[in-house]
Design a protein around this ligand. Structure first.
Ligand code: ZN
Length: 157
């Protein structure tokens, strides 16, 4: 049974550290597989479209995504190509609750990463999924969307 993990919020310094690559030999270990499933469960429970490992307190390069009907785990992702076209759209973050703002991202990216089986994958993606992936990879480098956003607004409930 997978668990819901506590989400770390800004300004916790864990969110500002550059995360380390996952050791490829560890991907198939039961502990790492459990961590991935826990990240996915946590993301789905919180209605997120993506969750990066630093957000649950681990400075390793692992991401869970659920966007446009695609569930993906990205391990050690690297963007290999960026479109010159960029676009602005609204973003929020589970680690920066109730804050939203406009962020500029590349429209299309090429990516290499390892999946949950430790297999090397290539992905070319655009628009919303490309935006989510860029947001999550920023987390692995200690960058939050509020660093790049304009027109930040706070929603009060
Ligand atoms: Zn985020």
């Amino acid at each position: 049974m997978s668990k819901i993990l506590p989400i770390i919020t800004h300004p916790n310094p864990i969110l500002r550290k550059k995360s380390e690559d996952v050791n490829l030999e560890e991907i198939k270990s039961p502990e790492f597989q459990e961590l991935l499933l826990d990240m996915e469960t946590t993301m789905l429970k919180e209605d997120g479209v993506g969750l990066a490992a630093p957000q649950i307190g681990k400075n390793i390069r692992a991401i869970s995504i659920y966007a446009e009907g695609k569930k993906l785990f990205l391990i050690n992702p690297v963007i290999t190509k960026k479109s010159w076209k960029k676009s602005w759209d609204e973003e929020g973050c589970l680690s920066v609750p109730n804050i939203f703002g406009q962020v500029e991202r590349y429209k299309k990216i090429n990516l290499i990463y390892f999946n949950e089986k430790g297999e090397k994958q290539k992905l070319i993606t655009s628009n919303f999924l490309a935006r989510v992936i860029q947001h999550e990879i920023d987390h692995l480098d200690g960058i939050l969307f509020i660093d790049k956003a304009k027109n930040l607004k706070k929603l009060n409930y």
